[in-house]
Write a protein that binds this ligand. Structure first.
Ligand code: AHM
Ligand code: MG
Length: 335
């Protein structure tokens, strides 16, 4: 029989990497893994039961919310509440943070979680991959009540981050700042098993990923870069392939494995980009950087942006280091 390592075993083995950890972070990651399995079960049977379609509610961005978004959000909140390690949750689905605390401050959880419980929700009805994204921060001072200001930490202060992709197979990929590891769900035993140890994003790639429908709304340097991708040059393997799924998790997952660049730049309709800093861009930037890639918002490193509000957006260019640098060179030329 082949030896395999489950997510639970791996997390326990890695606990020693954290000098301050008493097992709480490990338990928190394990709880997220459990929520992911429950959401996966529901995503997989989504076509079979009456769970698809609009719920009638709208999330804080005014976008129509699907029932599965609500379900995923509830599952994460329940798992994090039950675990007791997390005291504060910022979710794409809630305007304000959710506080999980008891009166005795000393026994409150030390961790705060930012999450997009079901990213790529426009793809749910279409049997196209969707995902969940999470980001974990540690409280800096424990003996005061937790506040929104506290969760607005720099991305480089993340303790851990990860995503789950509900695709042709379901995978959980995460980092705690010591490389990136990927686990594939084996449905026959209901366990995430280590399948992609120490993931590295290739330093160069041959594909670019951007919603080209927005072309006319892009800044000139992005238009110039897209033109560069489409030009023929055998030395640099151009023209590059264009790949855009419209689920950030799926587009980043491909970028992580095969290399490439993913762009959601500022547009005339979204002057700050579309994607959210706290629970989309920061966790993905942490993972990609840990895998040897690069993530910028333009001139700035994504992980170096000071968040000012929970649902803040940022432009993002992320992926293979050389490709991101090439985009930056077009930006330099434009200035
Ligand atoms: P969501 O969190 O409401 O699902 O929106 C985020 C998604 C990302 O997954 C994806 O990269 C992007 O929106 C696609 O946007 P667009 O349709 O503008 O290309
Ligand atoms: Mg999202």
């Amino acid at each position: 029989m082949m030896a395999f390592k489950t997510l639970g075993q791996f997390i326990i083995e890695k606990q020693a990497d954290f000098p301050y950890a008493k097992g709480e972070l490990s338990r928190l990651l394990r709880d997220i893994g459990i929520a992911a399995k429950i959401i996966n079960r529901e995503v997989n049977k989504a076509g079979l039961v009456d769970i698809l379609g609009e719920n009638g509610d709208h999330n804080v961005q005014g976008e129509a919310q699907k029932k599965l978004d609500v379900y995923a959000d509830e599952q994460f909140i329940e798992a994090l509440t039950r675990g007791g390690e997390c005291c504060y949750i910022a979710s794409e689905e809630h305007e304000e943070c959710i506080e999980i605390s008891v009166k005795n401050l000393a026994s409150n959880g030390k961790y705060m979680v930012c999450m997009d419980p079901l990213d790529g929700s426009a793809n749910i009805d279409l049997n196209v991959s969707v995902g969940s994204i999470f980001s974990i921060y540690r409280r800096k001072i424990l003996d005061v009540p937790v506040s929104e200001e506290e969760i607005l930490q720099y991305g480089h202060e993340q303790i851990a981050a990860g995503y789950v992709i509900y695709g042709s197979s379901t995978m959980l990929v995460y980092t705690t700042g010591k490389g990136v590891n990927g686990f594939t769900l084996d449905p026959s035993i209901g366990e995430f098993c280590l399948s992609h140890p120490d993931m590295k994003v290739p330093v160069d790639g041959k594909s670019y990923s951007v919603n080209e429908g927005n072309y006319l709304k892009f800044p000139q340097y992005i238009k110039d870069y897209i033109k560069y991708c489409q030009e023929e040059d055998s030395d640099t393997f151009r023209p590059y392939t264009s790949r855009y799924i419209g689920s950030m998790v799926a587009d980043i997952h491909r970028t992580l494995i095969t290399g490439g660049v993913f762009l959601y730049p500022e547009t005339s309709s979204y002057p700050n980009g579309k994607l959210r800093l706290l629970y989309e861009c920061n966790p993905m930037a942490f993972i990609i950087e840990q895998a040897g890639g690069k993530a910028v918002s333009g001139t700035e490193r994504v992980l170096g942006i000071k968040p000012l509000s929970l649902h803040q957006r940022t432009p993002i260019v992320i992926g293979s280091k050389n490709m991101v640098n090439k985009v930056l060179s077009f930006m330099d030329k434009a200035q």
